[in-house]
Each structure stands twice: as structure tokens, then as C-alpha cells.
Design a protein around this ligand. Structure first.
Ligand code: NCD
Length: 356
């Protein structure tokens, strides 16, 4: 298992040396005051975490995303909602799906998009993140889409950037990945209907290191899902997770009984401080989602994965490619959900400017 050599919590740049010089820490930014991501009239200004957002706002994101999904001839449609706006993709960590779908979403909303090549950026030459942000602001940016290995990097940028800029968290450390959770909610709604209360949802695998699982749990509880089960070895279960209103299972056979929605997760080696499993083979033997195990869930259960999926580790190829898999639908929905969130934060910014 690889050693985590990145910082996992974000320093206060006013008092601390640049990120690259920080020791490894492990802390989440904790619950956010809602004023940090909402305007005074409750509109979405930044999208940093799902925790604390009202159910109606999540429904609004899903409804808006559904409209984008159903646009005719969607590949060619360009909605003008972000015309004249500049979106900057700041991905300090690797990404394929998330970065590309944010890019497509921005383009379909007619924004000007800049993908920053962070590996060659000045932050790797010792410039502080805040200085980089100031310089990008000076180029006329309206929105930052941020992915970073430090939990709370997006919050940090939202706190210190110019007031007309919106920040969207595209995954920070092991803390949150709110747009991923919302595209997952959209996928569940498309297959299981708008009412989440009868649904039993199981999340299997490396919960401890997963920002996706945390955001999914917040989204599912906000939307009043009937039951949330976490399945995995004790070593990959965060301490005190029951406080989030979930039940944990170390036995996958028991955990999958009568389930409607199964979400599988990758082993996130890059965030593990030490070996947490005897072996990959053992993990697959005990927790891999095989066809036999899938049959323990409801007959019409759907199988999800945020990607990247490791076949033969957390999921069998027959299941990943099987009729109950909705994994590619999740990817497609990523564009619509990101269009929804981007257009919502920009319209709340426009409303704020008109008022002031
Ligand atoms: C997830 C992420 O980056 O947190 N993937 C994604 O955004 N599609 C999950 C993961 O990396 O395992």
C-alpha cells in the first residue's frame, strides 16, 4: 500500500508556509456555516459540500439537471447561461471523468474554459496557492472548479477569493465530492423514482478514505433515504460513522440482503497511511461484488461506481458490464449535474450584483 505523501488538511496561508512544506495532517474542515456557500436569500453561491444544505436545494439541482438531460440533441446544444463567463479548472490531483465532464458542462453553457496545467504551474515553483488565485483573478475569472488532495482546499479558496467568484469543489482529500454525489442521486432518481424514503442503499468498500461516500451519505440522508448500509472491513470504516445515521456491516452477504441500490468504491491506496488489508485477493474474496452476491440484493437492484473501477478487486467484470450496472449512465449524468450547479451558482452571483 502506498504511503500518503500529500497534505490532507489545508493550512491557513496567512500564517503558515506554502502547502508543499506542510506536514501530513488528517482533518476535515468540519461542518460549514451555511452562509459560506449560500447567499443571504438561500441561493447557492459556492458548492463546497452537501452537508447542511436544505433538501429543497438538492431537489432544485436534480430538477435542473433533469432539464439538461432531456434537452433535444444534447450533444450540440449550447445554452447561453454562462456566455461571457470564464471558468478555470484547477485540478491539483489527477482526474479523467470529473475534469472532462466539468469541461463539457462549461462548454455546453457557452462559458470560456481554461484548464490549468497545474503540474507546470507556479505553485510547484513555490508560489503560494493564494498568490496563484490572485493572479488568476486578475485574468478575469468567474468560477474556479477545484480538486485538491487536501481536505478543505476548496473552502480555503472560497474564503479568500474575490466576492464575484464562485468555487465548486471537485473533490478535496477524503472530505467531500458534492457534484459526484449529486450525479449519483440523479441516477438513483432516474431508476428508482423521486421518493427516496423506501430505498435501501448499500455502499461497499473503502469508506474510510472516500470523499464520495461522505458526500453520498449527506445527500442520501438529506433526501430521506430509508436505509443506508456501509459494507467493508473494520479497517476501512471511519470511526464513529454511525453518527451519520448509517449502519455498518463487515459481512457483505448480510449487508446486501434486500438492497435497492449498490454503490461500490475503489480502494484508495493514495490516501492510506499504511497497509490496511492483508491483500487485494483477500479483499476481493470477502468484499468483491460478484454475480452471486448481487443476487442477494433485490432483483431490480442497480449497481453503481463513481469510477475508476478496478475489475477483479471491488467488482467483477460480469457485474460491471451486466444489465443491472448503471455506471456509464452515472458518467453521462455528470455533465447535466455540473451544468445545473454551474448555472445555479452563476445566477445567484448575478442576482447579488443586481441587488448591491
Ligand atoms: C472519485 C474521486 O476522485 O474521488 N472518482 C471520481 O471523481 N470519478 C472516486 C475515486 O477516485 O475512487
Amino acid at each position: 500500500m502506498s504511503k500518503n505523501n500529500s497534505t490532507d488538511s489545508f493550512p491557513d496561508e496567512r500564517t503558515e508556509p506554502p502547502l508543499a512544506q506542510q506536514p501530513v495532517k488528517d482533518s476535515s474542515p468540519g461542518p460549514l456555516p451555511s452562509s459560506m456557500q449560500l447567499t443571504s436569500d438561500g441561493k447557492l453561491k459556492h458548492f463546497l459540500t452537501i452537508e447542511g444544505l436544505p433538501p429543497l436545494l438538492l431537489e432544485e439541482i436534480l430538477d435542473r439537471a433533469e432539464q439538461f438531460v432531456s434537452l433535444p440533441n444534447k450533444a450540440k446544444v449550447q445554452a447561453p447561461l454562462l456566455r461571457g463567463k470564464t471558468v478555470m479548472n484547477l485540478f491539483f490531483e489527477n482526474s479523467t471523468r470529473t475534469r472532462t465532464t466539468f469541461e463539457l458542462a462549461a462548454k455546453r453553457l457557452s462559458a470560456d474554459l481554461v484548464n490549468l496545467d497545474i503540474r507546470n504551474s507556479a505553485t510547484t515553483k513555490g508560489e503560494s496557492l493564494l498568490d496563484t488565485i490572485r493572479n488568476l483573478e486578475a485574468m478575469g475569472c468567474d468560477m474556479f472548479v477545484v480538486r485538491h488532495s487536501s481536505s478543505s482546499a476548496a473552502h480555503f479558496i472560497a474564503r479568500y477569493c474575490a466576492p464575484h467568484i464562485s468555487v465548486i469543489n471537485a473533490g478535496d482529500g477524503r472530505h467531500a465530492h458534492p457534484t459526484q454525489a449529486m450525479l449519483d442521486m440523479l441516477t438513483i432518481r432516474q431508476f428508482k423514482g423521486r421518493d427516496f424514503t423506501p430505498l435501501k442503499v448499500a455502499i461497499i468498500g473503502d469508506i474510510k478514505h472516500s470523499r464520495v461516500a461522505r458526500s453520498q451519505i449527506h445527500a442520501l440522508t438529506t433526501l430521506c433515504a430509508g436505509e443506508i448500509r456501509l459494507i467493508g472491513p473494520q479497517t476501512l470504516m471511519p470511526e464513529g460513522i454511525e453518527k451519520m445515521g448509517v449502519t455498518s456491516y463487515t459481512n457483505i452477504e448480510k449487508g446486501l440482503d434486500d438492497i435497492d441500490v449498490i454503490i461500490t468504491l475503489r480502494l484508495q491506496h493514495e490516501r492510506m497511511d499504511s497497509a490496511m488489508l492483508p491483500s487485494i485477493r483477500e479483499f476481493y474474496a470477502r468484499y468483491g461484488l460478484t454475480q452471486e452476491r448481487l443476487e442477494l440484493a433485490k432483483e431490480d437492484a442497480i449497481v453503481m461506481h463513481p469510477g475508476p473501477a478496478n475489475r477483479g478487486v471491488e467488482i467483477d467484470s460480469r457485474v460491471a458490464d451486466g444489465p443491472q450496472s448503471v455506471i456509464l449512465q452515472q458518467v453521462t449524468n455528470g455533465i447535466a449535474v455540473r451544468m445545473a450547479v454551474m448555472s445555479m451558482v452563476m445566477s445567484s452571483q448575478a442576482a447579488t450584483r443586481v441587488e448591491s
